[in-house]
Design a protein around this ligand. Structure first.
Ligand code: PA5
Ligand code: NI
Length: 179
């Protein structure tokens, strides 16, 4: 029997996935400045707000793995966060798991009902297909969150642009404030 090295290396501490077929993108402030309540003119438009790694085994009916790395930046007091999305297929769930840092995972249903779970190293989150999901970095360090979902899920950002998450997360004097 041949023993092979794993195809992918998941580095929880440095926040990268390495291997063949790994996709990686950086989300810059200028690409998502509209998601925050206010603009911060002190923040360079090219600031990297978060990075996403994912890998795709290929074939049909596949599972994707990903890692999201969210930097501890505040925008006039508002905590940095992902854009947030529903899945195009509202039947498709996703699993998130905290790798490092501290944050909140916001869940929003199509009726506008919202709740959140704390995210930390070792936390595991089952996101049912009917919930939009957004990660917020509430800590002083980088937040790293792993994810697993089916490619068939797709990303629907339009619904969130049209009907945004009703709450925002701020940090004032080290304390979290949800407004
Ligand atoms: O598939 C997911 O839910 C994640 O990989 C997200 O795409 C990632 O966290 C980035 O968030 P968003 O796609 O909302 O910008
Ligand atoms: Ni998703």
């Amino acid at each position: 029997m041949q023993i092979k090295s794993p195809k992918y290396i998941y580095d929880f501490f440095n926040g990268v996935i390495q291997g063949e077929n790994v996709k990686h993108y950086k989300k810059l402030y200028k690409e998502i400045d509209f998601i925050y309540k206010t603009r911060d003119n002190q923040l360079s438009p090219d600031t990297v707000m978060y990075e996403v790694y994912s890998f795709n085994e290929g074939g049909s009916n596949i599972l994707l793995w990903g890692l999201t790395v969210i930097y501890p930046i505040t925008i006039n007091g508002e905590c940095n966060m992902t854009r947030g999305h529903f899945h195009e297929d509202r039947e498709e769930p996703e699993i998130y798991f905290g790798c490092s840092g501290e944050g909140l995972l916001l869940y929003l249903d199509s009726q506008g009902k919202i709740f959140a779970e704390k995210v930390f190293k070792g936390s595991l989150h089952y996101i049912h297909g009917n919930y939009a999901h957004r990660l917020v970095n509430t800590g002083d360090d980088t937040l790293r969150v792993g994810a697993c979902w089916r490619e068939a899920a797709g990303h629907d950002y339009k619904s969130i642009d049209e009907k945004p998450f009703p709450n925002r997360v701020y940090k004032k004097d080290g304390k979290i404030d949800i407004a």
